[in-house]
Structures are given as C-alpha cells and as structure tokens.
Design a binder for this molecule. Structure first.
Ligand SMILES: Nc1nc2c(c(=O)[nH]1)N[C@H]1C(S)=C(S)[C@@H](COP(=O)(O)OP(=O)(O)OC[C@H]3O[C@@H](n4cnc5c(=O)[nH]c(N)nc54)[C@H](O)[C@@H]3O)O[C@H]1N2
Ligand SMILES: Nc1nc2c(c(=O)[nH]1)N[C@H]1C(S)=C(S)[C@@H](COP(=O)(O)OP(=O)(O)OC[C@H]3O[C@@H](n4cnc5c(=O)[nH]c(N)nc54)[C@H](O)[C@@H]3O)O[C@H]1N2
Ligand SMILES: [Mo]
Length: 773
C-alpha cells in the first residue's frame, strides 16, 4: 500500500462532512458493504453489540449511533481476510517481525490455534485440545502460582473477565497486569483515596445540566467522538466548555454534527471551547492549584466583607476531611511555581477561576494527558480538591469524570481484574467457591515485566491486547516476553506480541464482539460497563469467519478445565450458557442482583456510585482533601544538564486504535501519510538551528546508561508550548523507560519523557524502526 505524505492545516470543524466521508470511505472500501452498514446500524442498540471503540455512554436517541472511529473499529474486525496456517507457513516469525504493525493487523483475522515451532521459526497449526494440553502442562509444572501472569486488555467482556480472574485466583495468584495499569490507574487510585470509589461520579445526562465542563488532557474528537455530541448539547444548553490541553486540538475548537444534515449543508459549526488553555506537559496540577489560589483569595475577601465566603462551607463541614491542611498547602504554593510549572499566565488562571466560580454546576473530565505522568495521582486528587471546595458532587450537572479508554476496561475492574483486590471481594469469592484466595498483592504491568526480565515468570497469558507494542521500553519488553517459558495470546488479529514468542508460544483465535457467539444453549450475549457505570448487554450478529475460532469465554474455560478439572467450577457448563456465569457474578459482586433479568432492560442498568450519593467509603468515611506540594520539577534532573532537553508526550493519531494502525493520516492535526513525525514549537525549531521537515533522532535522557533512541522523525511545526514535543505511540514506546512510572500508580510516564533531539544521520532507516510499511 502506498501513502502520500503531506502536512496541511485542517481548517474545517471536527465531525461534519470530512468525518462522514472518512467513515463511509472506510466502510465502503472494505468489500463487505452490507454487513458493515448493518453492523453500524445495530451498534449500541438492543439486540446488537456495544461499540468496541470506546467507553463513552450512549443514550440511544440518535438513529445512527456511531462515530467515525467506532465505524473503523467495526469494519476492521469484519474483514474477510484470513491469517491461517498457510499464511504462517509462508512467513517465518523473523520475517514477520520486520513488518510494520499496520501490515500485521491488515493481514486479517486469526482463524486457527497456532503453536510456535522454535526449530523452524514458524507457527504451525495445533488442535484446540492439544493447545490446552500444552498450557496445562506448563501451569502444572510451576513451582509457585505467582510464576503466572494473566494480562487483560479492556475489550474483554464482563463474563470473560469474571472467568479469567476466577481461574487465576483458584490457581492462587493475583497477578493481573492489565491495560488499565498503563491507562487510568492513577484515576482509580486517586478517586479511591479521595472519595472512596475508583470511578467517575456522573451519569451521561449530567452533561445536559452542567454550567461548565472543564476538560483536562483529553482529545475527544479522535478518542471519544461520541463525547462531542454530549459537549455540543451541553453548549447548546448554555454550558461553558473550558479546555486544558498542551496541544491545540481541532475537535476541541469547533465541531459540527455529521448526523444533522442541515448543519452539514449550511456548514454551520459550533465553537466548542469557551476558553482554551495550553499548559506545559504535566503542568495541570500547578494550573489547578493556581485556580484554587485565586478562589481562596475571593473566598477570603467575601468572607470578610459579607461574613460568608464563596466555598460551599456546608458541604465541606458535612462531607469532607482535611480542609485546613489543604488550605495551608495552597497558601504555601507560590505564584512563581504555579506560573513556571503550568506555563500559563496568571491572568489566564484568574480567568479560568472566574468561569469556575460563576458556574453553579461543574463537571471535570480527563484522560491520558493527566494520568500518564509521575505525579498523576496528586494531580487527580487536586481536581477532586477543587470540586470538594464547591460541593460539586452529589448534585445534577456536577461531578468528576475520568473518561475511560477501552470499551469495557471499567467493567473488567468491577469483575475483579485487579492485582490489589479488595478483601471483601476475596472473602465473597472464597466463601462462594469454598477456597482461600491469596491476599498477596499481585503484579501490575510494570512489575510483571520486571519479573519476566528477572526470569521469574514461567507462563504469560494475554486475554486480548498487544503488550509488546503497548508497554514502555519496547526492546526490554520484547526481551521480557521472550524469557517466559510459555506465552499464550488470545487474539483476533496478528500483532507484534505474537512475534516475540516465549520458549514456547501459542496464538488462540478469538471471536470478536461483533460476531455471533453460539454455544450449547444457543446464541449468547455478553455485558460491558461504560464510563458512567451503566451495564449493557451486547450480542454479536456477524457470522464468524470459521468454526475454528472460539469465544474468549470458551477459550478460558478450556484452559481452566484442562488445568483444574471441574472440581470447584464446572467450566465447560458455564461456557455453554453465559447466564450461569452471570448468576455467579450476581451472587458475589454488589450491584448485580438479578443480573440476567436486568440485562433485558433496553438501556442497561446503572450500578450506582456511592460517592455520587455522598456516601464516602474512605477510611474516615468522608471525602478527603489531599494536601501535597507541587512536584519539585516536571523535568527529571540529571547530572548532564547542559543538553537542550525537551519533554515528549506520546499520543494517538486519528487513524489508530492504540497499537492498531488503521491508516497513516491524522486529519484534525493536518498530518497525512506518515507517522514518524515530532510536533514542535516553531521557535524551538529555530532555536535548534533546524528547519521544518528536517529528520531528527529522539533520544531519552535517563539515568541508567541504556541508550533509548528512535531515528528519522520529521519535525512538524505545531501550536505547542516551547520545550514540549509530541509524537505517536507506539512508534515512540522504545523511548519510555520501564523504570519511569507514576508515584503509586506505576503507570508508565508516557506523557512526560525527557529527551533530546539531534539531526538524524540515518535519514530514512534505523535499527529501532520496525514500523516501516
Ligand atoms: N479512535 C480511538 N479511540 C480510542 C483510542 C484510540 O487509540 N483510538 N484509545 C482508547 C483508549 S485505551 C484510551 S485510554 C483513550 C485515550 O484518549 P486520550 O487521552 O484523548 O488519548 P491521547 O491520544 O493519549 O491524548 C492525550 C491528550 O492529552 C493531551 N495532553 C498530553 N499531555 C498533557 C498534559 O500534561 N496536560 C494537558 N492538559 N494535556 C495533555 C494531548 O495533547 C492529547 O490531546 O481513548 C480510547 N479511544
Ligand atoms: N507510549 C504510550 N504507550 C501507551 C499509551 C500511550 O498513550 N502512550 N497508552 C496506554 C493505554 S491508555 C492503553 S489502554 C494500552 C493498550 O494496550 P492493549 O490493550 O494491550 O493494546 P491494544 O492495541 O488495544 O490491543 C490490540 C490487540 O487486541 C486484540 N484484540 C482486539 N479486539 C479483540 C477482542 O475482541 N478479543 C481479543 N481476545 N483480542 C482482541 C487484537 O489482536 C489487537 O492486536 O497502551 C498503553 N500504552
Ligand atoms: Mo487506555
């Protein structure tokens, strides 16, 4: 496939004609027009499947409930192209390793269980029974349950996640590293500490009642396009949308609705953001602290003048703990630090504070621009601090909203995919199934990789996902996977993780969410939970490509039955009727009573949120202010400080889903046909004595003597603060040190990597560049 590379500013609004053209181009390009359209129509509808694109909620009001990127995800899964035994006999693993991620996934759907033959370096066909035997042999040979790592990617259904964690816990481990560790972990930890529940407090309808919506570190136009609809409705109702984003993101500036024909015809488009601030990478905690400083000033003035300040004193007295220490921390933070760290002007911070103060009902949302830093937990707690001062919890149109990534990542956690499970959950599980679950904390993604590098892991099983490309320090991660005794990948498409096999390796082909899943008791549906704690049923409708693919649930049940027998759990019977799995969930997980009956409700059901009801399940029983100082520096300082250094963030383009690359365009950012680019402030280009379009090498500045470099990246001038850079993930994952992760969260610091740039001597080729088409 040939791509023409180009860079041109994108002037149109987000959504609109271009979005429609792009969606339809994608759907019509594939040879399955009818099937794709039918799939789109049924997406997020009753008797249809939940969109595998993202975890945004759905109010079932729009006739065509899809977005451009959801359409891409469906079309991508619905391909008729096949990666079967003959494909693998044609390509050795070494040969495939040379190919790009785009090439690998474009080859089509995995159809047969495959076993890696290390003598020939080819994957070869294996029967399902023999595959299960290989796995159980390895599992039974382990000296200790913690030699097993059970990775999960957040597309997995509640039912599959449930069986998977049950299997792991019966074996005796809590090693459940998952994509969430690299994603919203900091949100879960911070919210649990602050308000006693690791989830957002709002419901979709709250957007219709908000006076202001503050969006931090998130690019909804690409990653949560359906959120634009909610924002737009909110704006129509008079809500002010305030954006904090290091980059100017097109879809946060203007948006027109591709599902409203009149708007398309008249090219009407709405300004999205009422105010747009561009803090430095990692500067949001300082920005929020600044906003609070201004509000505290106003509070004190008014208190003096009128005897009543602007904070919600009643809410604070009734519901919170720690206000005094927090106010002291705010007083101790200097304007100098606030301005230098946030990169914003005092005037801008005062303006944002004023908008906040004038709004009765405020929602704050955020995503990866907040969670993938060293001080992310503190930043999120600072967001909560601000909301607590004004009682922005427990009322309509107000609250906190971490916008989740994978479509069921929140549900996976609810089901117990958690390396640090709550004791109450383990107790309930143990008494239902009559065993003593281990209480020893398990491994997260980073610690699992460290254990693999220490040769402590015998078996790695991956339920979806692509750890080799998603994890930091790509070369180390690949080494880690290769050192396992057995790697098992339950996957829909070929990806890089399959090409770094352990001493033995299996690929097990799974059905996708859009496909019909027929088991002994008939067609099955699964369930998922969105960002708003709504649980929906989802039923695949497309015919599977072959009878050799199996559902994730059937695969887990097969592994578990072969390893543990049906002594405590009748795995194969559960796999024959998913209602029986839901009965177990209903008996053990709070909020799921009568699960099977409630799945039939048309719009799903709400799990509830204790903090939204002002019931705070923290140690003190109150919402806790957190009183931390700003980080000393946003930039790790090393001895060699003479270098001109930058902070790099790694983000998504418009044509990708995490490690899956659909195409090489990033339309809203005006970048076409290329991904090896680095966005940089024009003055920094000049400062470096370079010109736009020059090819540079990016090298990490870290303290462990390892050289981490990617080469031949094109400089693209962009509206971004000086000293900050942006480039795409996963191409830049080799730059993220495995030892650079968030305090408490262990989330790789993918949004603040200290780097230097040098003119590339390689021009177009490099040792690390594995992503050429
Ligand atoms: N189409 C599509 N949809 C997806 C995904 C996908 O890859 N493709 N991935 C899914 C997943 S798993 C996730 S987690 C979400 C990710 O959704 P996002 O979090 O929107 O994803 P990123 O591309 O990482 O974008 C981070 C945004 O934060 C900004 N940012 C970065 N650092 C900072 C900072 O320090 N401060 C501020 N204020 N802004 C900052 C960046 O400029 C960028 O706009 O999307 C989900 N949905
Ligand atoms: N540098 C950098 N690194 C990052 C990030 C970043 O912003 N910057 N973001 C992080 C984030 S937020 C996340 S969530 C992780 C994502 O990490 P992962 O979830 O591990 O990665 P994905 O790319 O979503 O996984 C794609 C693979 O999942 C498989 N798959 C797709 N659908 C299904 C299905 O229905 N069933 C099964 N069994 N398999 C399926 C396919 O084989 C596909 O190749 O990456 C993280 N890594
Ligand atoms: Mo994510």
């Amino acid at each position: 496939m040939k791509f023409k590379s180009d860079i041109k500013p994108y002037d149109a609004a987000a959504g609109g004609w271009d979005s429609l053209k792009s969606t339809t181009r994608f759907v019509f390009d594939s040879k399955l027009v009818l099937k794709n359209i039918r799939n789109l129509l049924r997406m997020n509808k009753i008797h249809g499947f939940d969109c595998p694109g993202c975890a945004w909620g759905d109010n079932n009001t729009s006739t065509l409930s899809f977005c451009e990127n959801g359409a891409k995800a469906v079309a991508w899964e619905a391909t008729r192209r096949i990666v079967g035994p003959s494909f693998f006999s044609q390509y050795s693993v070494a040969k495939l390793y040379q190919k790009s991620n785009y090439f690998l996934e474009y080859q089509g759907r995995l159809t047969h269980p495959m076993y890696y033959n290390n003598k020939t370096d080819h994957y070869e066909s294996i029967s399902w029974d023999n595959a299960f035997t290989v796995i159980s042999k390895h599992l039974k040979a382990m000296d200790h349950p913690n030699q097993l790592e059970l990775y999960t990617s957040g597309r997995t259904s509640n039912e599959a996640a449930w069986l998977y964690q049950l299997f792991g816990r019966l074996i005796g481990t809590n090693n459940f590293p998952d994509c969430s560790n690299m994603c919203h972990e900091a949100s879960s930890i911070a919210l649990q500490e602050s308000i006693g529940v690791g989830k957002g407090t709002i419901r979709l309808d709250d957007f219709n009642h908000a006076d202001a919506i503050f969006i931090f570190g998130q690019n909804p136009g690409t990653n949560h396009p359906r959120m634009l609809h909610s924002l737009r409705h909110a704006a129509n109702n008079g809500a002010k949308i305030i954006t904090f984003n290091t980059l100017r993101e097109r879809a946060l500036e203007r948006f027109s609705n591709p599902q409203k024909p009149l708007e398309l015809i008249t090219s009407l488009s709405k300004k999205v953001s009422f105010a747009y601030y561009q803090p430095n990478l990692g500067g949001d905690m300082a920005a929020i602290r600044g906003i609070v400083k201004v509000l505290l000033e106003m509070h004190r003035i008014q208190l003096k003048a009128k005897g009543k300040g602007i904070f919600d004193q009643y809410f604070i007295d009734q519901n919170t703990k720690g206000i005094h220490a927090y106010i002291e921390a705010v007083d101790n933070t200097s304007w100098h630090d606030i301005i230098s760290q946030s990169g914003l002007k005092e005037l801008q911070i005062r303006e944002a504070a004023q908008i906040y103060q004038k709004s009765n009902r405020v929602i704050i949302t955020w995503a990866m621009g907040i969670t993938q830093h060293k001080h992310s937990v503190h930043t999120i707690r600072e967001i909560v601090n601000l909301q607590l001062l004004f009682g922005q919890l427990g009322k309509k149109g107000a609250g906190i909203c971490p916008v989740r990534g994978h479509s069921n990542v929140q549900g996976n956690r609810t089901m117990g995919i958690n390396e640090r499970p709550q004791k109450s959950f383990l107790n309930a599980l143990g008494s239902y199934f009559s065993f003593n679950p281990s209480e020893e904390p398990g491994h997260c993604t980073v610690t699992a990789l460290q254990e693999m590098l220490n040769n402590k892991v015998k078996v790695f099983i991956s339920l979806g996902g692509n750890l080799a490309s998603a994890a930091p320090d790509s070369l180390l991660t690949e080494k880690a996977l290769k050192q396992c005794g057995l790697t098992v990948h339950i996957s829909t498409k070929l990806n890089r993780s399959h090409l770094v096999p352990g001493k033995e390796s299996l690929i097990l082909p799974a059905l996708g969410r859009t496909e019909r899943d027929q088991q002994k008791s008939g067609n099955q549906y699964i369930t998922v939970e969105d960002s708003f704690s709504m649980v929906h049923a989802s039923e695949g409708i497309g015919l599977p490509l072959t009878h050799t693919q199996r559902s994730e649930i059937a695969i887990i049940a097969g592994i578990a039955y072969n390893t543990l027998g049906n002594n405590k759990v009748d795995w194969l019977t559960l796999a024959g009727n998913y209602n029986l799995i839901r009965d177990q969930i209903a008996a053990i997980i709070p909020g799921f009573a009568n699960f099977n009956t409630r799945c039939n409700m048309s719009k799903g059901f709400y799990l509830g949120n204790s903090a939204a009801k002002l019931n705070f399940k923290t140690y003190s029983g109150r919402a806790e202010f957190s009183a931390t100082a700003l980080p000393n520096s946003l930039f790790p300082t090393f001895e060699d400080s003479k270098q001109i250094s930058f902070l790099l963030q790694t983000l998504r383009s418009h044509d990708q889903y995490n490690t899956t690359i659909y195409g090489l365009d990033d339309r809203y950012r005006g970048i076409y046909g290329q991904r090896e680019v680095v966005l940089i402030n024009p003055r920094d280009i000049k400062f470096l004595g370079l010109t736009e379009g020059a090819l540079v090498d990016i090298e990490t500045l870290w303290n462990d003597g390892i050289t981490r470099r990617v080469t031949g990246f094109k400089l693209v001038k962009y509206n971004i603060p000086r000293g900050n850079l942006a480039a795409y993930y996963p191409e830049t994952n080799p730059l993220v040190p495995l030892s650079s992760y968030g305090d408490q969260s262990h989330t790789p610091t993918s949004k603040s990597i200290p780097v230097k740039l040098t003119l590339s001597v390689f021009s177009n080729n490099s040792t690390l560049k594995v992503n050429m088409i």
